[in-house]
Design a protein around this ligand. Structure first.
Ligand code: BYC
Length: 304
């Protein structure tokens, strides 16, 4: 499908310097690239990888929260959690459709997820142990996702950019419902419930920061993706923005971050923060996080 636009698919385009320069000029001119347009094979592959990973993240991301639908404390909380998880299913479907416009089938992408060839966001390999985790996921995880996804609304690939607009609107509802859960627990909860919120933040803080990916200096894909305007901001810049925006919300909650190095740096105009445990990040990405096997087992069972 749509193979007439793909480099190497039928020989109608050649990836010589002139072709690449013409493509880059379109990108620099902020033109959107559409499914039937000629594009470098590397551009297509990068998008299939990123959009596929993004779609898998939405679908696998339903699992930690889905676990709490039957245990939500009130009917209102249950209805909003149900709506959130359904939104995530919808995001996954839009994203698979966008990837399909690049000539890859949903079956292929699913196969790659199940064999471990395709990744999904590391964050979904951590367990949801308490109701506060549902609040923390909405606030921190969807918050990090919005920070990462707003710039993707300006991605050079048209179908991906357009669908990110709707996805971001829905993510912002998710983030608010999460923060509201935590605020309620902190304002009206018992000491034990307040402690539950702090414990949840302690467990999700660092994994949320890992969502932005490795440092720019260790990110093999960032430079080319920025040049092609697939990514519009780098991993480190987005992580810093997220921290700067989130710390005041953390303080308003009356909670703390599990990072003794987190402090405002007047000179930089940003928060300084401690080093991420990159060993843990790569362990989780390689499939050795607390829930990786369980998540894939559940997906396999659903598909079979
Ligand atoms: N987890 O060169 P880099 C949601 C991989 S779901 C796992 O920086 P890139 C939600 C990366 O794939 C939102 N793997 O890569 C749903 C690469 O591996 P390969 C999910 C990671 O692509 C339900 C390698 O590390 N959002 O909102 O330039 C409930 C080197 O990295 C991670 C998206 O998917 C990670 N955290 O940048 C609640 C957004 N980080 O494939 C919420 C779209 C890196 O080269 N994706 N890797 O072997 C992106 O923006 C980019 O792909 C990333 C990584 C910033 C994530």
């Amino acid at each position: 499908m749509y193979s007439q636009g793909l480099i190497g698919a039928d020989g109608r385009t050649r990836e010589d310097e002139e072709f690449l320069a013409r493509f880059q000029a379109r990108i620099d001119d902020e033109q959107k690239i559409e499914p039937n347009d000629a594009m470098p094979e590397g551009y297509r592959r990068t998008l299939v990888r990123q959009i596929g990973q993004h779609a898998h993240s939405e679908i696998v991301g339903m699992l930690p929260e889905g676990n709490w639908i039957t245990r939500a404390p009130t009917l209102r909380r249950k209805a909003s959690l149900l709506a959130k998880v359904q939104d995530e299913g919808g995001h996954g479907l839009y994203l698979y459709s966008a990837a399909e416009t690049l000539g890859v089938s949903r079956e292929q992408m699913t196969e790659e997820l199940l064999t471990g060839a395709a990744k999904y966001s590391s964050i979904f390999n951590y367990p949801t142990l308490t109701w506060a985790d549902i609040g923390t996921i909405g606030w921190l995880v969807d918050g990090a996702a919005i920070m990462n996804q707003i710039p993707l609304c300006r991605c050079s690939y048209g179908p991906y950019a357009r669908e990110m607009i709707r996805i971001c609107k829905e993510e912002s509802f998710h983030q608010r419902q999460g923060y509201q859960i935590l605020l309620d627990l902190m304002r009206h909860g018992t000491d034990e419930q307040k402690q539950m919120v702090q414990d949840s933040i302690n467990r999700f803080w660092w994994p949320a920061l890992m969502m932005f990916g490795p440092h720019d200096s260790d990110s093999p894909n960032t430079a080319q993706s920025m040049a092609w305007k697939i990514k519009r901001m780098t991993n480190d810049d987005l992580r810093q923005r997220f921290i700067d925006q989130t710390v005041p919300q953390l303080e308003y909650l009356g909670c703390t971050a599990p990072d003794p190095d987190l402090k405002w740096n007047e000179e930089r105009g940003h928060y300084d923060f401690g080093e991420i445990d990159w060993k843990e990040f790569y362990d989780v990405v390689k499939g050795n996080g607390p829930c990786n096997r369980d998540r894939l087992r559940t997906r396999r069972k659903a598909i079979e």
